[in-house]
Design a protein around this ligand. Structure first.
Ligand SMILES: [Zn+2]
Length: 140
């Protein structure tokens, strides 16, 4: 497959998140000391500084609402020229409003996107190994 967009790099901190995405699941990091969820994942808790962090698997049925968004009309990176206009949204996860996931909203007219719009996570297989979380509107 000929994928021209940048592929997120797995690091020591975020590897469980991206590994889960490759399996079409969502994992989220949580502090064992203060129970704060952390996204994007890091080496320590942003709230209490604790380093005892664990991962919680939220599975494949992830819903949320658009918290904020932008619409891109210009390809700032190669590979995006055929996707324009592209909706890029930060979405609040239904089960854990503390966690917001930034991704594209697919299959949505730019004039239809709005704050509070319900969306569902889908995973786009970009090559044999990797998949990226994206959002799609929940038809209502
Ligand atoms: Zn903490």
């Amino acid at each position: 497959m000929d994928y021209k967009k940048p592929i997120p790099v797995k690091t020591q901190d975020n590897k469980p998140y991206w590994d889960a995405a490759d399996d079409h699941e969502m994992m989220v990091q949580r502090c064992d000391e203060c129970d704060q969820y952390a996204h994007p994942p890091g080496p320590s808790c942003a709230k209490c500084g604790g380093t005892n962090l664990s991962w919680q698997n939220l599975g494949s049925d992830i819903k949320g609402t658009v918290y904020t968004y932008i619409i891109s009309y210009r390809p700032f990176l190669p590979g995006f020229q055929d996707d324009l206009p592209l909706i890029i949204a930060q979405v609040e996860i239904e089960e854990i409003p503390d966690v917001k996931i930034l991704a594209n909203v697919l299959d949505c007219e730019p004039e239809k996107v709005e704050i509070g719009m319900p969306v569902r996570m889908v995973w786009q297989d970009i090559n044999d190994e990797r998949a990226l979380p994206q959002w799609k509107p929940i038809a209502n």
